[in-house]
Design a protein. Structure first.
Length: 368
């Protein structure tokens, strides 16, 4: 998950030590989404983070602006999600998550909104039930839209500004034509922030064929420009992930100010480096099958955060991104090329220093 949507929702960073933590509450999910890593990788580990373990994180939340209670599963399935929201809120951070909307009814909406939920995103994969339901299998688009409307009713009746809501739309070849319709849909249900994201963890041939981005000079999707125009007309904040490689010093997950905590307490730079599957993790990077070892720098249930964060290996990992950031800051933007851009367009610029080895085969580091 990109943390960019949090900046869109809440504006400028307050300067706390961490901008966001992503805490995986559960790896269980009732859906069978075609774009999920679970569709292609064997050995999935369905489990919940015990709430007593989660309470051990409470002293740290005062250092974290935003806490995303979500990893590779559906957070609404966690039996103590409301307790987790209260713990985060009471200790000074903003709690929220992205959801499929599974099981949301009037009672659950009131519990979530009434107990301090600050933000919630709704994952859509189409602007029509036929498209959405075929990709996000076991989900039903009208039910998700009903849940959004229920939140708006609760907020209006109780004169609340929160939770702030947004739509997360995964762009695929099967649904990209529906993006203009999606914006009409968002306006109709009272959503004014829409994120169009890419399929980063490509795990099988279907997913590789369905991705709309390119690692080189890709197709220019006319529908994207149409969406920009429509979003402006409808006064919708539209965030669009790049469909072609860009010079990116630090990916949108920004391991310099963010981290991911898996259900068992393992601390990793991002969700893509620690899915609940056996290592190595298989992926397709720019059309080529590759494997990457899962990465953890320690277990926050067993070690103090300071010990993990300042550990030699973690510091070395982050320093590679800091070098890239410093490099970009000291060179004219149009003179810099990533290794991929340099390979595709020889002589195109001064190559950006490489990121840490575990990130070499991640589409996020190409700005996608």
């Amino acid at each position: 998950m990109s943390m960019g949507f949090l900046r869109r929702l809440f504006g400028i960073s307050s300067g706390l030590s961490f901008f966001a933590w992503q805490v995986e509450m559960t790896t269980r999910c009732p859906l069978q989404c075609r774009m999920c890593i679970r569709e292609a990788q064997r050995g999935w580990r369905p489990a919940d983070m015990p709430i007593d373990k989660f309470r051990k994180l409470a002293p740290y939340f005062g250092l974290v602006e935003n806490t995303v209670l979500q990893g590779w599963g559906e957070p609404l399935m966690h039996p103590h999600l409301i307790d987790a929201i209260r713990i985060v809120k009471d200790n000074g951070s903003r709690p929220g998550f992205v959801t499929s909307g599974w099981g949301l009814d009037t009672s659950m909406v009131a519990e979530l909104a009434g107990n301090g939920l600050d933000f919630i995103g709704f994952s859509l994969a189409g602007a029509t039930p036929k498209t959405h339901d075929a990709i996000r299998r076991n989900s039903h688009l009208p039910a998700v839209l009903d849940a959004i409307c229920e939140f708006n009713r609760f907020k209006a009746d109780n004169r609340r500004e929160t939770p702030r809501m947004h739509i997360v739309f995964l762009m695929l070849k099967d649904n990209i034509a529906e993006i203009p319709m999606l914006l009409d849909l968002a306006r109709r249900v009272g959503i004014d922030v829409v994120m169009l994201i890419n399929l980063i963890q490509v795990s099988d041939a279907w997913q590789d064929d369905q991705k709309v981005f390119s690692c080189g000079r890709g197709e220019a999707w006319a529908v994207i420009e149409e969406a920009r125009i429509k979003a402006k007309e409808l006064d919708i904040a539209l965030q669009i992930s790049s469909l072609n490689p860009e010079v990116t010093a630090v990916c949108g997950d920004d391991p310099l100010r963010n981290l991911f905590i898996a259900i068992d307490g393992q601390v990793s730079p991002c969700v893509y480096l620690h899915p609940p599957v056996p290592s190595p993790v298989k992926r397709i990077f720019c059309g080529e099958p590759v494997s990457v070892e899962k990465l953890s720098f320690g277990n926050i249930f067993d070690e103090p955060l300071e010990q993990i964060w300042t550990g030699q290996d973690y510091v070395a990992f982050r320093s590679q991104f800091q070098k890239r950031r410093d490099f970009v800051a000291s060179h004219p933007y149009d003179s810099i090329a990533s290794p991929e851009i340099e390979r595709l367009m020889p002589g195109g610029g001064v190559a950006l220093p490489e990121p840490p080895a575990p990130c070499l085969t991640c589409h996020r580091r190409l700005g996608l």
